[in-house]
Every structure is written in C-alpha cells, then in structure tokens.
Write a protein that binds this ligand. Structure first.
Ligand code: GAL
Length: 408
C-alpha cells in the first residue's frame, strides 16, 4: 500500500514526493541538509577550547570546508552544572578559559559557523545545565555569543508529550526573538514510541529532528539508525530534515566502549564507511561528521568530501531518497533530483556474499529514454536505457552510488 502510493505519486509528478502539507519551520535556514562537525562521537564530554579550535582549523586545512562543511558544534560538556549568581548558563572556565565569544570569533574568522548544545530539561545527559525555566535568557546568551546552530536534546525531560512539545516550541520562539539566524536541531525523544512519533508537528518547530537511536561505529547499528527514518521520507524537504544521527565515518571504533564490544559491536571497515556515507547522502540526512579531523587519513577525507556524493545530498529539491526494491540482499534506493528526469540511485549489498543487481528504468521510476549514470565512487560513466544496467560484483556491505541524468 505504502509502495503503491509512492509509485503513483512519482508517476504523476516528482514534486508530489512531499505528500505532507505541514509547513517546515519557516526561519529561512537549512534549505539543504546542514553540514558540519559535532564533538560527541569523538570526544564525548571531554571537550575544551584547544581541541575545538584545532578541529576548526583542520576543517579548513583538510578540505572539509571547501566540500561544504560549515558548522563546528559543541555537544554536551561545554557548560557547568550550576548557573552563575545572575542565573545565566556558563561555560566551564577550565575547559574554555577564553569564553564563548572568543571561541566563536575564532571559528567565524575561519569562515565557519558555531554550534552549541542544550536541553529542554533542567540538566543535560551529562548532568550539566539545561535550559528549562531559563529559555529566553539562554537563547539571548547563545545569540550574543554568535551561535549559529543549537542542538536541543531531550535528555532527562520529565513531563507529558504535550509538555515536551511545548518545551521544544518555546525554544523555537525564544531563538526567533533573538533575531539571530540559528539552525534549530531537535532531539525530541519524548514522543518516541508514541503514535505521532513527533511528526508532523516537529517539522514546524525544528530544522532537523533525530529519528534514530544513538549511532555507534558499527554496521548493524548504523543500519538501524538509517532504517528508523525510511518511512518518514515525505516529511523531509527544504527547512526540515529527518536526522538519523551523526556520521561515524573515520571514527575507527573510538566510541565503542567495552559495554558495546561485549555485545558484538565492531568498528566499520572503509567499505562500510563508504556505504554509511552513501546512505546518509541519498537519504538527505544532515552530514555532521564526528571523527577527529586533525588526524583524518586521506581515504576517510576522500569519502567525506566526495563531490558527487555531497551533491546528491545537497540537491536543492530536497527530496529524501528511500528504498524502492530489494533483491538477493541488495537494496535499491532512489532519490529524485531537481533537474528534469534527474535522480540518484544507490544499490547497497546488505548481505555477506558478493552480489549483483540489475538496474532497470522501472525500478528507478524513470520514464523511457537514455540516461547517463555516473558512479560517484569510481568516476565511471555507464549508459542506462531500456536494456537496464548490470551492477556486478558488489562487495558484502559495499555499494554503488549513481548520479543519473538524461543523455539526450
Ligand atoms: C544524547 C544524544 C547524543 C549526545 C548525548 C550528550 O541524548 O543522543 O547525541 O548529544 O546525549 O549527552
């Protein structure tokens, strides 16, 4: 039924992809999925001024900035456990002796943008200060510090779904009152498991919304995160994005504590990192890297900065790609792009044996004609017509990501 509705919509006009009427948050931001770096996957709460500045510098020198990454986001751990005597949220002065304005100025001087973390609860997951009861004061301070992006994380929120919704709406309004453009990233776990799952209302509240469990550097967990947002494709578009969590590309198992390795988690291979990135690109997910950019090997940089993959993610139409077919363990994803009869396709081998996949125009919801398909990872170009295209030798957990344009 779901698939039938999907096919009918596409046959009529690609724009019907956005079948949902709820308006996205109209703050003029995040018209394509945000791109940046966040401190959590790499450092947990062990962040400080020196680390963040060296990461920001590495974002420029590694080519990440040129590839489109712009936000440098502090996650939990920047703040203290108490407000100051005037009731203001304060940075930990041991970790950030120069204060937030100086840090923000240095990040802006590199041509990058500055992001910060808070919570609608009294405390964050790390037991540090949250914004509850002080929302406008905090939003004003964030704006005065030159913050361009806020990750607002549900942690420890006590209250009903309605109260939780009100808390996320309150911060949206407080941010708007500051007059500063601030991308609003919500992690609204309070509706998890509820019938609405936070949608569609969250679309009018935030620019992005976490739809997955916390990601880990592990193939199965990564798939669990991307699968969690698959059915939500119709909500995504310019101004609102479903967020399957940050990227693990190049984490090399750094976030796998013994608790996870005992459960069988293991760091992804290079091949799996490439597939992970391809999935985030075709699903129009925010591209928020989480690896240590200061010592990023060239093969990891080559994944995160691949221009063809990033262009698929940043396509201005803003459609969220989704799986349309699975055969012999290979899952085919399809994403319409802004050009007429232009799209992206991703064949993911989710199985443990090398596999082949025969791509046909019908599976890609493309009308008859001749197309040129460019493999963004190898640079090879193939003709695609009524005969179809055989994708052979897709390695276990590997993928083929194609950018497809009409050939005539
Ligand atoms: C979790 C969140 C993580 C990270 C962490 C910080 O709720 O999912 O991404 O922000 O809190 O304590």
């Amino acid at each position: 039924m779901q698939r039938r509705r999907f096919l009918m919509g596409m046959a009529a006009a690609p724009l019907l992809w956005h079948a949902n009427d709820a308006r996205a948050l109209d703050n003029g931001l995040a018209l394509t999925p945000p791109m940046g770096w966040n401190s959590w996957n790499c450092f947990r709460a062990e962040i400080d001024e020196e680390k963040i500045l060296s990461i920001a510098e590495a974002m420029v020198s590694s080519g990440m900035k040129d590839a489109g990454y712009e936000y440098v986001i502090l996650d939990d751990g920047w703040q203290t456990a108490e407000r100051d005597s005037g009731g203001r949220i304060q940075p930990n002065s041991v970790k950030f002796p120069g204060g937030m304005n100086a840090l923000s100025d240095s990040i802006h001087a590199l041509g990058l943008k500055f992001g910060i973390y808070s919570s609608p609860s009294y405390t964050s997951c790390e037991g540090l200060m949250g914004s509850r009861g002080h929302e406008q004061r905090d939003a004003d301070d964030f704006a005065a510090w030159g913050v361009d992006y806020l990750k607002y994380d549900w942690c420890k929120f006590e209250g009903s779904e309605a109260e939780c919704r009100a808390a996320f709406e309150l911060m949206r309004d407080c941010l708007a009152k500051t007059g500063r453009p601030i991308v609003y990233s919500a992690h609204d776990k309070c509706t998890e498991g509820s019938e609405s799952g936070g949608l569609p209302w969250i679309r009018e509240v935030a620019n992005l919304h976490r739809v997955s469990p916390d990601i880990k550097d592990d193939w199965n967990r990564m798939l669990e995160c991307i699968d969690a947002g698959v059915e939500l494709y119709e909500f995504a578009g310019p101004g609102y994005w479903n967020d399957p969590d940050m990227l693990e590309v190049g984490s090399f198992g750094k976030d796998l504590t013994e608790r996870f390795t005992r459960r069988g988690y293991r760091a992804m291979t290079l091949n799996e990192y490439r597939t992970h990135f391809s999935l985030w690109c075709i699903a129009s997910a925010p591209l928020i890297a989480g690896n240590d950019l200061r010592c990023m090997p060239p093969d990891i940089a080559a994944i995160l900065t691949n221009p063809g993959a990033v262009a698929i993610n940043q396509d201005p139409l803003g459609a969220q790609g989704r799986p349309v077919k699975t055969r012999d363990g290979v899952q085919l994803w399809f994403k319409p792009k802004s050009g007429e009869r232009s799209c992206a396709a991703l064949a993911v081998n989710r199985g443990d044996e090398t596999a082949s996949f025969s791509l046909d125009l019908e599976a890609l919801l493309l009308g008859p004609g001749r197309y040129a398909a460019r493999d963004v990872w190898t640079g090879e170009t193939f003709a695609l017509d009524a005969e179809g295209l055989a994708l052979n030798g897709i390695e276990p957990h590997g993928c083929v990501l194609l950018s497809i344009e009409p050939a005539e």
